[in-house]
Design a protein. Structure first.
Length: 253
């Protein structure tokens, strides 16, 4: 029996990066998995590869964020677990961020999880059934780099929302937790490093030299922990936002 045997799991933002890792891990642990993404070609290809079900959604639209859950319920009869893994990481500082860039970060990194959670929790409450939610956040929510101002603003909001929703629905036996992931080796990070930081093909090697453990965070490891939080093996834990990073926050040299 897998950790998520016969559970119905929705991974929003599941066609690449950490979300794709969670899709693979949840399938391995026996779940029925539906995932969303904006690009139909990438989503359909990944669905064919894994056996998960792809639903195209532009999560920047609150109606589509809610609909992602509603489509899972229509397909599977219920939703047991939700992972909010979609994220926008485009750069902007306090001084150069436009209202359009700020709004884009709020739409994907905060508003989309809010309305997906709203729909998922409503289904769980209406059925009188327990459930679990994991929000993929960021260790930068503690403050972050100057070039991540709108990203930090949105993700810090998601960190607070995670705790608020967990508290609100603890008596419904709906457990809601978050992962503050650090610098992670993903396709999206590769694109960001090249587009915004002028990185070359050796950026991973240089990054590894700059961090204590000699390597960046790995998608499969994060995905395994997300699945653990979704499963009954994480026990009664709710309202926790766990720092998954090699930086010790508050530590000083």
């Amino acid at each position: 029996m897998g950790l998520l045997q016969d559970k119905v799991v929705l991974v929003n933002g599941g066609s690449q990066g950490v979300g794709a890792g969670v899709v693979r891990a949840a399938l391995r642990e026996g779940a029925r998995v539906v995932f969303t993404g904006r690009r139909a070609d990438a989503g359909e290809e990944f669905a064919k590869e894994t056996g998960a079900v792809f639903v195209r959604a532009d999560l920047a639209d609150p109606a589509e964020a809610r609909s992602s859950v509603e489509q899972v319920v229509a397909l599977c009869g219920r939703i047991d677990c939700l992972v909010n893994a979609a994220g926008l990481t485009s750069r902007g500082s306090l001084l150069d961020t436009t209202p359009e860039l700020f709004d884009a970060h709020i739409a994907i990194n905060l508003r989309a999880p809010f309305f997906a959670m709203q729909a998922a929790v409503r289904n769980m409450v209406d059925r009188g059934a327990p459930g679990t939610i994991v929000n993929i956040i960021t260790s930068s929510a503690h403050g972050g780099q100057p070039f991540l101002a709108p990203y930090v603003a949105a993700k810090a909001g998601l960190m607070g929302l995670t705790r608020n929703a967990a508290h609100a629905h603890r008596w419904d036996r709906i457990r809601i937790n978050g992962l503050n992931i650090g610098w992670t080796d993903t396709e999206g990070e590769d694109a960001i490093q090249r587009a915004f930081h002028g990185a070359g093909d050796d950026w991973r090697e240089k990054a590894a030299e700059a961090v204590p453990m000699g390597r960046l965070g790995q998608v499969d490891e994060i995905a395994d922990f997300a699945v653990f939080l979704l499963s009954d093996r994480s026990g009664v834990v709710t309202g926790s936002v766990i720092d998954w990073d090699q930086i010790v926050f508050g530590g000083l040299d």
